[in-house]
Design a protein around this ligand. Structure first.
Ligand code: ADP
Ligand code: MG
Length: 294
């Protein structure tokens, strides 16, 4: 059937028992699900059929299938539909969103920030090699596998992802979150669907989490936290940013600040690539020693 070809609705709703809500995004509600026969706990991403085009979900499934399995990426296990929703059955990631930990814990260190960057970078390496750009990297889409302090991070939500060279991505109303959008994405230019947009977003995330280390967490292009979407996009386009040079940054290592600056290069051709990022000593396996150096 056409269902099988598209990879959407290949499974059966009666195999799963839906439980409490785990999270909510722009398009979906995610609920805990139990596989009836095996008792396995999973996450079920439900997208209302009303107001959603089937093609959009087929695209998300196609991307997830092309991504396959990776230690730092949420894996697709099954798909089904109900009368009013499409459902993607995903591996359960139960430690919550990364930022809740960054903001809540008093123990978040530069070493922890480097570990998050390293894991996300390895996920990006995996997808970029397969010609996939995530395009919606943000703290809400980075999940922790457990409540442990050093829990692994997994990237989720490929709803806005594209295959490079594919042309225009499927339209979904408001696309992405302004706060993590690169200048080229905001301009809508030819680089707007290239891999470098994911590195920009990672730079914004690193800036935010590093500045939380100083207890003054702020967005690189919105230091006062006052900007609306229009003001924010103007600041990003004008690259109005202090380059981590303000006095508050003095206690963050120069290596970490350099990584933020490399990721927030306004020209995508000058921005750090995943390979360069992973080769940097601060991000690499040696992250512990550089944070001790300050
Ligand atoms: P949307 O496309 O609507 O943004 P997401 O795929 O980002 O939907 O899921 C929304 C939220 O649900 C996430 O931010 C996260 O909190 C939670 N979530 C998503 N996938 C999982 C999962 N596999 N395990 C646990 N929680 C998840
Ligand atoms: Mg999301």
């Amino acid at each position: 059937t056409s269902n099988q070809e598209s990879g959407l609705c290949t499974g059966d709703a009666s195999d799963y028992e839906l439980r409490q809500r785990l999270g909510e995004g722009t398009f979906a509600e995610v609920r805990l699900a139990t596989h009836v026969r095996t008792g396995e706990q999973l996450a079920c991403k439900l997208v209302r059929k009303k107001g959603t085009c089937r093609k959009e979900l087929e695209h998300e499934v196609a991307v997830l299938q092309a991504v396959g399995q990776h230690k730092h990426i949420v894996c697709l296990r099954d798909t089904f539909d109900t009368e009013d929703a499409w459902a993607l059955v995903l591996e359960l990631v139960s430690g919550g969103e990364v930022f809740d930990r960054v903001v809540e814990t008093g123990h978040f260190s530069e070493r922890d920030a480097a570990a998050i960057v390293r894991q996300v970078a390895s996920a990006l390496m995996h997808i970029h090699r397969r010609g996939i750009v995530h395009r919606d990297l943000k703290p809400e889409n980075l999940l922790l596998v457990s409540g442990e302090h050093d829990a692994d991070v997994k990237l989720c939500d490929f709803g806005l992802s594209v295959f490079t060279g594919e042309g225009a991505p499927p339209l979904r109303g408001v696309v992405g979150t302004i706060a993590y959008m690169s200048p080229e994405q905001l301009r809508g230019d030819e680089f707007g669907s290239e891999a470098a947009v994911d590195l920009w977003a990672l730079g914004v995330i690193l800036h935010l989490s590093s500045s939380y280390l100083l207890l003054v967490g702020y967005h690189p292009f919105d230091p006062a936290g006052m900007a609306d979407d229009l003001a924010l996009s103007r600041a990003i386009l004008a690259h109005k940013y202090d380059g981590c040079s303000s006095t508050e940054w003095a206690s963050v290592s120069p290596e970490a600040r350099a990584v933020v600056r490399l990721l927030l290069a306004p020209d995508p051709r000058e921005r750090a690539t995943v390979r360069q990022l992973l080769a940097s000593p601060w991000v690499g396996a040696d992250a512990a020693s550089s944070s001790a150096a300050t």
